[in-house]
Design a protein around this ligand. Sequence first.
Ligand code: TXA
Ligand code: MG
Length: 360
Amino acid sequence: MSGSSMNELDQAAIAAAARALEAGALVAFPTETVYGLGADAESPAAVARIYEAKGRPNDHPVIVHLAPGADLSYWASAIPAEAHALVAAFWPGPLTLILKRASHIPDAVSGGQDTVGLRCPSHPVAVALLSAFKGGKGGVAAPSANKFGNVSPTTAQHVRDEFDGEVSSGPGPGNGNGNAPGNGARIAAVLDGGSSQVGIESTILDLSRLATHGPVLLRPGHISAKQIADVIGQMPGLPDQSAPRASGTLESHYAPKAPVALIAGAAVVETLAALQARQRRVAVIHYSAIALGGAQATLPGDPVGYAYGLYAALRAMDQTGADLILVEAPPQGEAWLGVNDRLRRAAFGSAGTIDKFLQA
Ligand code: TXA
Ligand code: MG
């Protein structure tokens, strides 16, 4: 398919980004969930640059992104039939599988554990990049393209905001020796693929201890436990204490700079008025029809639309300079699990803020 000049530009940018990755540099790219900050998963030095750029502890494992049709057995060992069934059902798509790792997976990728997280994203730019990188046979280690603990980016501009001054302005794919690209930038390129369609990170399912622990849902996401059960005939359980720690499962995560408080819809108007009476600047994220004054973001009342807009709304409300982001608590229920999980973590570090402000 020969495209417009726009498509040819995209192709050139994608090819340059693939060469940069091959040279050991970092490239930020869109996926259907959130933007990732990628490096060659088989180069410990390249993966180390991700940790440096994010300010992330280096014992946290990173997901390896694969091109469609990649050979699972190159990356994982002791692969259960359930993994193949889930790959057939959901890849490319927002599902990460934790499997026993193949022996050549660097410790920098696995966080020193005996497992590896694998995912095949569906975003066309991600697919094109992964297919161009090492001829489609490589793996790109990529956490979300944000500083550690911050809200994940769902647009290229979010990535540039997170890594202000750290993104290369020149086109160069790096200097070929695996060092950072020119002008001291940490990130060789940010590929722009528009807004991520799903908006929250992939569902993570641990199949590495299937025989003894069953399938374990480490992080809820767009692909639900029920959808997984429909494929493998077994409902995933929740992690126990001995399960490997995933940074996205730390209690406090995905947090904007302002404190976040979750509050029932019926209490939003009254709480807002009480806080404003104490001169607090409050930004509100809501989904039901509430008449409010001041900074606010209105999200759709369905879980798919809400997830799509959530991170952009958190960023936008943070940028108003509010002292507090008040979030109308979404409904409970399985379809809302991913959204409620991210909101709970965003609010975790700010428990008690409303009371503190009202008593001040
Ligand atoms: O949607 C996504 O998964 C995005 C896009 C870029 O693909 N990536 C993402 O990466 O959210 P990150 O690093 O922000 O979160 C990945 C989570 C972390 O909580 C990490 O600890 C966990 O996956 N993880 C990766 N490998 C693992 C492993 N071998 N065992 C347990 N958890 C693992
Ligand atoms: Mg993350």
